[in-house]
Design a protein around this ligand. Structure first.
Ligand code: GLC
Length: 482
């Protein structure tokens, strides 16, 4: 098939079949285009996380109206009831003219998806930034939504750490896979969501000229906006320092970690989480090489998770948790391990898979997550565009990396239409279509369209997910507001 006909076919799947209407207006895309009418588990539902690529593509395609309506619909579905007040739905669906919502309470295994709530302010910021729609963001219902979101996420807790503590399977990996605690993807999204929320509040305060009113006595709602703005900015600072201190590793850092003492107590110690050298896996030596670096999967007392998670790392780069130099080492790591991470189908979702007794005990014998399958080391084409974006938005991107992306784009161009835009691929190289993969999976289709857009149509648009810099936000924080 020629490139243009693949693009046309993909666009037609998106616009004619995946995008669905509710009460006469486009409201989002289903997770997978159903093969037969009727239920296919919950793949006929509109998932917030699956709609992230859709909405970004629609923005690039001049369809801001649909994105705004999607954001408004999610806002209306933000939970108002205790104890879930403030969370956004994992998914929703039109059943006989009424919207039925899933906050996780209907999901397989009743997992709660925390990433959906974190994605909403990020998408909202991207929308506002791209379209310049200040009228929307200065609307009190939007600001109220942000306030409820922040009430939920920036609350007192038992741990003195700026990371968000979540149960197993709280994000794209929505089944048990030993990703409880402080998994990277959630932390990277938290970082993005706090940056976005702070910026959205600041736009409102600026628009209403509240920054210049000195010590004016504001009504409680506005006071709360100022309070949450400052709190978010301080939280962001702590979160980034924490992630770079505890999650970022390269060869030198591993050598330091291996030689740390254990059983330390008190304030001035080097091994806060009492991590034993034996938890540091030997495969890291080959995997990191001299130049590679990445953010590890999780930090927990005594049980760090050194697995590599593709999406969390790409988001860590895109949202600038990683410094520029760290982003370059992350790309070096990808180049070095391309035969594993990209292989026959980019990207592998996490590396390495958990096997044997670990698979049994950590997944609860989950057959969908057998080693080299699905979330457990499977390959997901919907992740490729995140890597493309992470690379292209870098000032000092290397030609080697760009070439690599083009090679893998060609591979997707050849394979995906032939293999019906499958959801995921199995096996150590990702050659086989996933055992239980859906076909015509929307984020596979849209992920490909995005990769095409950024690599072939307009690389400049890779700035679309740029969030405000921490430095910019910190300047807001220096204004004495109280
Ligand atoms: C599966 C995936 C999840 C996705 C959903 C719909 O549950 O694990 O990440 O959102 O399918 O595609």
């Amino acid at each position: 098939m020629k490139e243009q006909s693949v693009i046309d076919a993909a666009r037609s799947l998106l616009y004619d079949q995946a995008l669905v209407k509710f009460q006469g207006r486009y409201v989002g895309t289903v997770a997978a285009i159903p093969r037969h009418a009727g239920q296919d588990l919950n793949y006929n539902e509109i998932f917030i996380r699956d709609n992230v690529p859709t909405m970004i593509y629609l923005l690039l395609d001049g369809q801001g109206e649909i994105v705004r309506h999607f954001l408004d619909t999610c806002l209306e579905l933000q939970s108002q009831k205790f104890p879930t007040v403030g969370i956004f739905p994992t998914s929703f669906v039109d059943i006989h003219g009424e919207i039925k919502v899933d906050y996780g309470q209907r999901a397989i295994g009743r997992v709660c998806s925390i990433d959906a709530s974190l994605w909403w302010p990020i998408l909202a910021y991207i929308y506002v930034q791209w379209t310049g729609d200040k009228e929307w963001v200065t609307n009190s219902k939007v600001q109220l939504g942000i306030q409820k979101f922040l009430d939920l996420f920036l609350h007192p807790g038992f741990r003195d750490a700026p990371t968000l503590y979540v149960p197993d399977g709280a994000f794209m990996i929505d089944r048990p896979l030993d990703v409880w605690g402080s998994p990277l993807e959630i932390q990277a999204l938290l970082y993005g969501a706090l940056k976005s929320s702070a910026a959205l509040i600041a736009i409102d305060l600026e628009h209403k000229d509240y920054f210049n009113q000195g010590n004016a006595l504001f009504e409680p709602f506005i006071q709360q906006q100022f309070y949450q703005l400052n709190l978010s900015i301080n939280w962001l600072k702590n979160l980034r320092n924490y992630l770079l201190k505890h999650y970022w590793i390269n060869s030198n850092i591993v050598q330091t970690l291996r030689r740390r003492p254990t059983e330390q107590y008190g304030d001035r110690i080097v091994n806060e989480y009492n991590i034993h050298t034996e938890t540091i896996p030997n495969w890291l030596q080959e995997w990191l090489g001299q130049e590679g670096g990445y953010l590890i999967g999780n930090i927990r007392t005594g049980r760090p998770d050194f697995r590599f998670f593709s999406l969390g790392n790409c988001l860590g780069a895109i949202f600038d948790v990683m410094s520029n130099a760290q982003q370059s080492s992350f790309f070096q790591l990808i180049i070095k391990n391309q035969s594993q991470l990209l292989s026959e189908m980019p990207l592998r979702i996490c590396h390495p898979p958990i096997e044997d007794i670990d698979w049994k005990s950590q997944t609860g014998y989950d057959r969908k997550n057998l080693p080299w399958s699905y979330h457990n080391g499977g390959h997901w084409p919907c992740l490729f565009w995140f890597l493309v974006l992470a690379v292209l938005r870098q000032k000092d991107k290397t030609e080697e990396m760009e070439q690599l992306l083009n090679i893998y784009y060609e591979l997707l161009l050849q394979r995906l239409p032939k293999q019906q835009w499958a959801e995921y691929f199995d096996g150590p190289t990702g050659l086989w279509i996933g055992q239980q993969a859906r076909s015509n999976q929307t984020w596979t289709i849209v992920g490909f369209l995005l990769a095409h857009h950024f690599l072939k149509v307009n690389p400049e648009d890779s700035k679309i997910m740029n969030l405000p810099s921490l430095m910019f936000l910190q300047q807001l924080n220096t204004i004495n507001l109280f």
